[in-house]
Design a protein around this ligand. Structure first.
Ligand SMILES: [Zn+2]
Length: 413
């Protein structure tokens, strides 16, 4: 494998650094979607991609037969079920098409301030490129204590469904930031949200739930943690020594209650459902709640640090319930000045490198490089890879109807 200098950054995959620098100084509710630590595009990307191509070619050559041949990255459709793309830039469309990637484009509530703009960009992108950018909408938390709030939210979400939204995102500010008038935290299972959840279930729309944080957010900082760089700088997300913040477990239990109260609501848990540290705990929930799914965005690096046989067995056992995602963000409209060519090109390279490294980890064999570490690739069976990388997302979000911009006509399983 080629060697090259890597540096680990804690900003979201968005290289929109001005926004991220600003966001670091802003209240929690205005942060971006997820914590992502990733690397700067390698200086010698060419060497990396060449080496990766050779590696994939070798693994193909070593495969026992056509039925078990390792999938070739470009040849297989991949759905990135957790993307934030908010600019109509042909360079991104070209990249996604060349890599054979289609996204689920997720709107996030950033204090409600940019929500209207974000929705407009997302639906415009979807209208122009329905196969690349199907939309998950979201809603504002502002004025949630006022009478008529849930009716207003339901009306606004209904409008997004008419424009083709496949589901609705809720973010970790529910459970970690938002409070009731009496000062207690408004948890994900708060009765306030029940009419909204019921409306989603009735409308057969997905609840896309990024709730809680990795467990490490509640633990002392650890230099060896995959999230160290993030929590060492994003202090407001680091809850160790802050007993007033609800525990990780209490948020998981609150999420369980959503699925108990709304058994026909399809819930996708973002970021391995915030249970990447305990796949057994996630497995118990997948067993208990048939309406629960999980995607792996921004946590592949955490999975890659765990024993490969355990992760592999988990992905095979729950092959119908897990979705691939990256959680890259590109939101240049946040900036007064759009990002220049250099930053734009760097982000494009970072996207490609990240998608290729993830694929080499899940679908490849032997040792592979992932975010600067040598890890054991999972070498998942072809049928599992097909489900994980696109078939499950197609089914859960009804992507085929979305790609054709047709109203959903078939019942979700
Ligand atoms: Zn995200």
């Amino acid at each position: 494998m080629a060697t090259f200098t890597r540096r680990v950054f804690e900003w979201p995959l968005s290289l929109d650094k001005d926004r991220n620098d600003r966001a670091r100084q802003e209240p929690l509710a205005r942060q971006g979607c997820a914590e992502i630590e990733t690397m700067k595009p390698p200086t010698h990307l060419f060497l990396f991609t060449t080496a990766l191509t050779l590696l994939l070619a070798q693994s193909c050559a070593a495969a026992p037969g056509p039925a078990e041949a390792a999938p070739v990255f470009e040849a297989m459709l991949k759905v990135d079920a957790h993307s934030h793309m908010f600019e109509d830039d042909p360079a991104f469309h070209v990249l996604f098409r060349r890599l054979n990637i289609q996204t689920v484009n997720i709107c996030v509530n950033v204090g409600g301030k940019h929500l209207g703009r974000m929705h407009e960009i997302a639906f415009d992108l979807y209208r122009q490129h329905p196969q690349l950018y199907p939309v998950i909408s979201t809603f504002s938390l502002q004025s949630c204590d006022e009478p008529g709030y849930t009716e207003k939210v339901i009306a606004s979400l209904g409008q997004t469904f008419e424009r083709g939204a496949l589901g609705v995102k809720i973010w970790k500010e529910i459970g970690l930031v938002l409070k009731r008038p009496d000062g207690s935290f408004r948890m994900p299972d708060d009765a306030l949200w029940d009419p909204i959840y019921a409306y989603l279930a009735k409308s057969e729309k997905v609840l896309y739930a990024h709730l809680a944080e990795p467990l490490e957010a509640w633990l002392p900082l650890d230099k060896d943690s995959p999230h160290f760089h993030y929590y060492s700088r994003q202090k407001q997300f680091h809850f160790y020594g802050k007993p007033e913040i609800p525990s990780h477990e209490s948020i998981m239990v609150a999420r369980d209650r959503i699925m108990e109260k709304h058994p026909t609501l399809v819930v996708v848990g973002a970021h391995v459902g915030s249970l990447e540290h305990d796949l057994d705990a996630l497995a118990r929930r997948l067993d208990r709640y048939p309406n629960f799914y999980a995607e792996v965005s921004a946590r592949t690096k955490t999975l890659a640090r765990q024993p490969s046989e355990k992760v592999r067995a988990f992905l095979i056992k729950y092959q119908d319930r897990l979705l691939y995602g990256l959680d890259a963000g590109w939101q240049p409209y946040f900036n007064a000045l759009p990002p220049g060519e250099e930053r734009r090109n760097a982000h494009l390279k970072l996207l490609e490198t990240s998608y290729r490294e993830d694929f080499a980890y899940y679908a490849g064999a032997g040792q592979t490089s992932h975010q600067g570490r040598q890890v054991e690739a999972l070498n998942l069976p072809r049928a599992v890879i097909e489900k994980f990388y696109h078939q499950n997302a197609e089914r859960v979000f009804r992507l085929k109807e979305a790609w054709e911009r047709k109203p959903a006509a078939t019942a979700r399983p």
